[in-house]
Design a protein around this ligand. Structure first.
Ligand SMILES: Cc1ncc(COP(=O)(O)O)c(C=O)c1O
Length: 404
């Protein structure tokens, strides 16, 4: 069914579906590793690309194809490439675009492993990178070198939900002649379409909003042009970072409610962000929907909503963070985001507890920083949950004052 001219809710439900010979209304799970050739000539045609059928699941599979077509349509791109994880998508893009001696410029607050991949691993093959605050385009221009082949931007990005102007990034990439790739995980295609803003490649950890149910790890890449698709897809197939049919089935089921989930959760997020702004225990709140957010105007220009992620700083620092983590009952203490359930994390006492305080602060992880992924529960109950957890903060810690 061609759904390209349809509205987003309709696309979410129908994109990627083709009539199945059995009449199945949903895309069946083709749990097969290999596909029979009808004849020797058919096999030869498939390998030569003269027949669009299936050979082997690492190369392609009907259930995976349905999801790839769906996300490509949601992002208004040429084609989709599904991967085993979000990092599978990041590594396929880096390796397809960068060669020995190449350089990339990227967002300093990019997802940690996206930075580690180039600094710790691709550096061994002569690839280098400069990480800058991409919210200021002057930093990006200053970091470009003749050998810069990739501008890799994550927006919004952790931990302070920084927003980078994608139209400006596209202009810079075009002038310089490099590829602009955007990690759209935090926004999802419901809220932001980087290819429409001029990017060449968009990628997702579909583990987050696109699947939305905290039960799958996966990734999808979408390219604007056929040329980039033909560069990235064979590399992904050879790396072996393909998605599995069952994974694809679950993600394709999850994406159908993306709009409903994000719309509901972001209404709750706005309410929670406003409530947090009024709380004496909180030093500052970063929610891109609040006028106090430094890039609120950029977000308004390039996103159709403000999403569900909130960062805030507890005045009582580490001790306050620990107390809140130990007393929330409805929000779950966990990493990840974008699911129907609310997740809360205090990096200084949990994920980043092994780092020195200096290193943490350099990475923007202040002592009282809390990250909250708002789910679709009753917002009044989420606020009541936070309130009772705030009441457990030892009173003396509130006088310590906040670190920024
Ligand atoms: C922005 C962003 N990009 C990429 C990834 C990597 O995705 P995955 O965990 O699915 O490999 C994550 C994971 O948290 C992420 O938050």
């Amino acid at each position: 069914m061609n759904t390209r001219s349809r509205g987003m809710h309709t696309k979410l439900v129908h994109a990627g579906h083709r009539p199945d010979p059995t009449g199945a209304v949903t895309v069946p799970i083709y749990q097969a590793s290999t596909f029979a050739f009808r004849s020797a000539q058919h096999g030869a045609d498939l390998f030569a690309g003269a027949d669009d059928g299936y050979i082997y699941t690492r190369i392609g599979n009907p259930t995976i194809r349905a999801l790839e077509d769906c996300v490509a349509e949601l992002e208004n791109g040429f084609g989709g490439i599904a991967t085993s994880s979000g990092m599978g998508a990041v590594s396929a893009v880096y390796m397809a675009v960068l060669e020995q001696g190449a350089h990339m410029v990227s967002t300093a607050s990019v997802y940690g492993p996206s930075r580690g991949l180039v600094e710790k691993h691709l550096s061994r093959f002569g690839v280098s990178a400069t990480f800058v605050d991409t919210t200021d385009p002057a930093n990006v221009r200053a970091a470009l070198r003749p050998e810069t082949k990739l501008l890799y931007v994550e927006t919004p990005s952790n931990p302070a939900m920084q927003v980078t102007d994608l139209r400006v990034m596209a202009e810079i990439a075009r002038e310089h002649g490099c590829v602009l790739a955007v990690d759209n995980t935090f926004a999802s295609p419901w809220l932001q379409k980087p290819l429409d803003l001029g990017a060449d490649v968009v990628l997702h950890s579909v583990t987050k909003f696109i699947n939305g149910h905290a039960d799958v790890v996966g990734g999808v890449i979408v390219t604007r042009t056929e040329d980039l698709y033909r560069r990235i897809r064979p590399l992904m197939v050879t790396l072996g970072s393909n998605m599995d049919p069952h994974q694809a089935f679950l993600v394709h089921r999850g994406v159908k409610t993306l709009g409903l989930r994000v719309e509901r959760a972001q209404t709750g997020a706005m309410e929670i962000a406003r409530w947090l702004e009024g709380r004496p225990e909180v030093a500052w709140v970063r929610y891109i929907g609040l006028p106090s957010h430094p890039q609120h105007e950029v977000a308004k220009r390039q996103m159709s909503g403000f999403g569900t992620m909130i960062a805030f700083e507890l005045k009582g620092g580490l001790e306050a963070g620990r107390a809140v983590m130990d007393h929330v009952e409805l929000a779950t203490l966990a990493v990840s985001l974008g699911g129907v359930e609310s997740l809360i994390e205090h990096p200084a006492s949990m994920t980043h507890a092994g780092m020195s305080r200096e290193d943490r602060l350099e990475a923007g992880i202040t002592d009282g920083l809390v990250r909250y992924s708002v789910g679709i529960e009753e917002v009044a109950e989420l606020i009541a949950d936070l309130q009772q957890a705030f009441e457990a903060i030892p009173a003396n810690t509130l006088e310590v004052g906040a670190t920024r």
